[in-house]
Write a protein that binds this ligand. Structure first.
Ligand code: FAD
Ligand code: NAI
Length: 462
């Protein structure tokens, strides 16, 4: 008899959700986590602390920009970074201890320590070996750096160090205009840093709808972020009082340097499988350190499953969570499934950027006939009155059937608004279905409806 039906290795959003769902489905479950707290990258050093910093810095910025205009006068707030970090830490603690509570409530055993697979059905944690009918690998990812750059998490930092800086740097150079670079770059720009983002490609946010990308870069530039695009960083030299960043412009190979007090390396993340014993267990790898699985997330070894950042697909907490639920259902003999065509992506800057489904560029490449419905937030009463009129909703629908193929939103609450489209897409909705649904006034969501109307006979307020 095995000790457990399921042992999940890794207590991040993929692992903890899988473990809870397994237990809810009647499976005897344990979760191995080596960190001192549950919740993985997301709750400890990712989604949650970064959103706390974004929120605090947004309010600070709002107080300095729009309060006067609304008749809110008086002393302007000052930044007390160590107190802001305390607020961030307490947000993290509430969330991580919440998962510990959920484990107790659902009777998931937390096996504290680093797990190693010792052959099919065996997991060693410290000196103890536990047996299980199924093992789920949910060990997540870690920041990847660049050759010639030595991260010390003090002056040359990944996102983890950027969430723990002792003071607001005067000059910050961010390497990589992806999600982390723009979120953390926005935080420090708002808190007073001079932020320069150096990006290898000739545009920011790779993979996003190009029209949104262009608008986004303009807005960030207006907020004070500087961009150097088409530039490959060659190295960072740590001098006594400053850092020297060398980059090469790809168009003419010319080299230049930038001075910085802090350099944030945000050039992507890679799967983390150190010390897991994958080779001994015979688990096959795919490219770039990812684990190879079938369509149901089972590896080549029967009874060993893998999910989240350690497998293919976007490195997002909600994607990991959905995979966690699907794997639990599969193990329980049900038909767990993830719809990879409807996974939203959100960048939590101001304004937020949210996207789901196909971009216009992808539809063109596929040679698909499509129509575009666009609506600017300037035509939305609520957005205008909140000084949030920048941005738009862009809906892409099939030219013949009107079925929604994708949506791209840049503007207030974009990360929440996108879910109306996600639900629509899950149900195979046409743009007209959204257009004919009554939306409360005055809400930001009216902009989504107007974009849907624009796919048909036209928006009313534009
Ligand atoms: P992880 O969350 O990385 O969890 C894996 C866990 O496994 C870790 O706790 C690790 O300690 C543990 N582990 C590893 N090996 C072992 C072992 N051998 N034994 C025991 N335990 C082990 N995504 C979003 O969707 N929204 C966001 O806003 C967002 N913001 C982010 C901000 C930052 C700064 C970063 C870095 C990431 C952000 N992400 C965000 C991405 C998100 O954090 C990841 O996609 C998500 O955490 C992946 O979940 P996971 O369960 O696969 O892995
Ligand atoms: P990313 O993949 O989003 O962006 C990395 C950027 O760095 C790319 O634009 C790339 O072209 C650039 N780059 C690579 N090498 C370079 C070089 N030598 N010089 C200059 N630029 C270079 O990776 P990022 O921002 O590190 O985020 C990692 C993961 O974390 C992402 O997959 C993301 O999904 C996840 N995440 C999600 C968030 C969210 O959902 N809001 C927030 C933060 C992270």
């Amino acid at each position: 008899m095995a000790d457990y039906d399921v042992i999940v290795i890794g207590g991040g959003p993929g692992g903890y959700v899988c473990a809870i769902r397994c237990a809810q489905l009647g499976l005897k479950t344990a979760c191995v986590e080596g960190r001192e707290t549950l919740g993985g990258t997301c709750l400890n050093v990712g989604c949650i602390p970064s959103k706390a910093m974004l929120h605090a810095s947004e309010l600070y910025h709002e107080a300095h920009t729009n309060f006067d205009a609304m008749g809110l006068e008086g002393a302007k707030p000052k930044v007390n970074l160590s107190k802001m970090l305390e607020y961030k830490a307490s947000t993290v603690k509430t969330n991580t201890s919440g998962i510990e509570f959920l484990f107790k409530k659902n009777k998931v055993d937390w096996l504290k320590g680093w797990g190693k697979i010792d052959g099919a059905g065996k997991v060693t944690v410290g000196k103890e070996t536990h047996t299980a009918k199924n093992i789920v690998i949910a060990t997540g990812s870690e920041a990847s750096s660049l050759p010639g750059i030595e991260v010390d998490e003090k002056r040359i930092v990944t996102s983890t160090g950027a969430l723990e800086l002792g003071s607001v740097p005067k000059k910050m150079v961010v390497i990589g205009a992806g999600v982390i670079g723009l979120e953390m770059g926005s935080v420090y720009a708002r808190l007073g840093s001079e932020v320069t983002v150096v990006e290898f490609l000739d545009h920011i946010t790779p993979g996003m709808d190009a029209e949104v990308t262009r608008a986004f870069q303009k807005m960030l530039t207006k907020q004070g972020l500087n961009f150097i695009l088409g530039a490959a960083v060659q190295g960072v030299e740590a001098l006594k009082t400053k850092l020297k960043v060398t980059y090469k412009l790809r168009k003419d190979d010319s080299e230049a340097t930038l001075d910085a007090d802090v350099v944030l390396v945000a050039t992507g993340r890679k799967p983390y499988t150190d010390g897991l014993g994958l080779e001994g267990a015979g688990v096959e790898m795919a490219e770039r350190g990812m684990l190879k699985t079938d369509a149901h997330l089972q590896t080549n070894v029967p009874g060993i499953w893998a999910l989240g950042d350690v497998v293919a697909g976007p490195m997002l907490a909600h994607k990991a969570e959905d995979e966690g639920m699907a794997v639990a259902e599969r193990i329980a003999g049900q038909a767990g499934h993830v719809n990879y065509g409807v996974i939203p992506g959100v960048i939590y800057t101001t304004p937020e950027v949210a996207t789901v489904g196909k971009t216009e560029e992808q539809l063109k490449e596929e040679g698909r006939a499509y129509k575009v419905g666009k609506f600017p937030f300037m035509g939305n009463a609520r957005a205008k009155s909140y000084f949030l009129g920048d941005g738009f909703v862009k809906l892409l629908a099939d030219a013949q059937t009107d079925r929604i193929l994708g949506a791209h939103i840049i503007g207030p609450m974009a990360g929440d608004l996108i879910h109306e489209i996600c639900v629509g897409m899950e149900f195979g909705a046409a743009a007209e279905d959204i257009a004919r649904t009554c939306h409360a006034h005055p809400t930001f969501s009216e902009a989504v409806r107007e974009a849907a109307l624009a796919c048909g006979d036209g928006a009313i307020h534009a």
